[in-house]
Write a protein that binds this ligand. Structure first.
Ligand code: CP
Length: 366
């Protein structure tokens, strides 16, 4: 069976297939109206959502299927202390596919240890949000005509911005893309994403001023400073108004630059910008539903395929150091790590692990 936990679970060819499939679904919705008849999607949202949950549910309804689920941890037995693994094992008895959102990083990796149906990561804390990336890719393809040779500015909370992490991991696999990472010092892109940019040899630059960068972009991806990710209220209050895209800044932008935002927004895009033809964030919402239809069809068509072998995971006798990781709270979840082997030492191959990444949240253990 296939799951979608990270955008890198899909090859570039599969991303392109999903985009073609979505275009066909958009043009011929009636041809897909009965494809999921008799099937059920469970939406397990332990964290609030408007777009992701409702677009998954609308997608399944429009494919002829049915939906069940919960829209907050407080209305599930998670509020009584039930683990993610037990919740997902239970829901596997009722549904054919699961979309889940959780505030802790790596929670979907815990879920797949006990599921018997495909699991889709609908956002895990400040880590990943691969189905938002599907919406973002369709937006770029439709509005810019390509996914390569783009100069993309990502602005706002790049540290906890899960949509940013997944989008970068998708776009570095297309040739010629260049990234301008605009954020306050405190909210810079995490080391793991910087490593991915370096490994892909994708040109990137970290910057602070939106005004100075906006004039050279093909697409500007704005994000919210996310109050819910901060441990300190004072720190949030200090940073919350770091960037506000308004009509004055839009006058500095190229005529064909598009403005994207995963939404919800607070004040980082002035509502007056909504009338600008370059504002694409409500188009992203519609593309998200169509891409989720394509994804549900793909995963449901591949339930009988043998699982692909993943990277080797090991125990080290230690626990992950990330307090936002699912392994910090989930009972009975064995701490697992990806060892990164230093292949050559002074010209001699070695198999001694030198670095470890948590197999749930992927944070490097230092
Ligand atoms: N883009 C997004 O994830 O929105 P919601 O939080 O409303 O689902």
């Amino acid at each position: 069976m296939r799951h979608l936990l990270s955008i890198t679970d899909l090859t570039v060819e599969e991303l392109d297939e999903l985009l073609s499939s979505a275009t066909d679904i958009e043009q011929n919705p009636e041809a897909y109206a009965h494809r999921m008849e008799g099937k059920k999607l469970a939406t397990l949202f332990f964290e609030p959502s408007t777009r992701t949950r409702l677009s998954f549910e609308a997608a399944m309804w429009e494919l002829g299927g049915q939906v069940l689920g919960f829209a907050g941890a407080s209305s599930s037995s998670a509020s009584k202390g039930e683990s993610v693994k037990d919740t997902v094992r239970t829901v596997s008895c009722y549904a054919d596919i699961i979309a889940m959102r959780h505030p802790l990083e790596g929670a979907p990796w815990a879920a797949v240890q006990s599921t018997t149906v495909p699991v889709i990561n609908a956002g895990d804390g400040g880590h990943y949000h691969p189905t938002q990336t599907l919406a973002d890719l369709m937006t770029l393809k439709k509005e810019k005509g390509r996914l390569d040779h783009l100069k993309i500015g990502l602005c706002g909370d790049l540290k906890f911005g899960r949509t940013v992490h997944s989008l970068i991991e998708a776009l570095i696999r297309y040739p010629g893309n260049e990234f301008v990472l605009i954020s306050p010092q405190e909210l810079r892109v995490p080391a793991g994403i910087i490593n991915a940019l370096k490994e892909a040899q994708a040109p990137y630059r970290e910057a602070v001023s939106l005004e100075e960068e906006i004039g050279g972009l093909d697409a500007l991806y704005m994000t919210r400073i996310q109050q819910e990710r901060f441990f300190s209220v004072e720190e949030y209050l200090r940073l919350k108004d770091s960037y506000i895209l308004d009509e004055e800044k839009m006058r500095l932008a190229p005529k064909d630059m598009i403005v994207m935002h995963p939404l919800p927004r607070v004040n980082e895009i002035d509502v007056k910008v909504d009338a600008d033809p370059r504002a694409c964030y409500f188009k992203q919402v519609m593309y998200g539903k169509i891409m989720r239809k394509a994804l549900i069809l793909k995963l449901m068509a591949e339930t009988e395929l043998p699982a692909k072998p993943g990277p080797v995971k090991i125990t080290t006798g230690r626990h992950c150091k990330n307090p936002r990781c699912i392994s910090s709270t989930e009972q009975g979840l064995e701490p697992l790590f990806y060892p990164v082997h230093q292949i050559m030492v002074q010209g001699v191959p070695t198999r001694i692990p030198t670095r470890y990444y948590c197999a749930y949240c992927e944070m490097e253990q230092v």
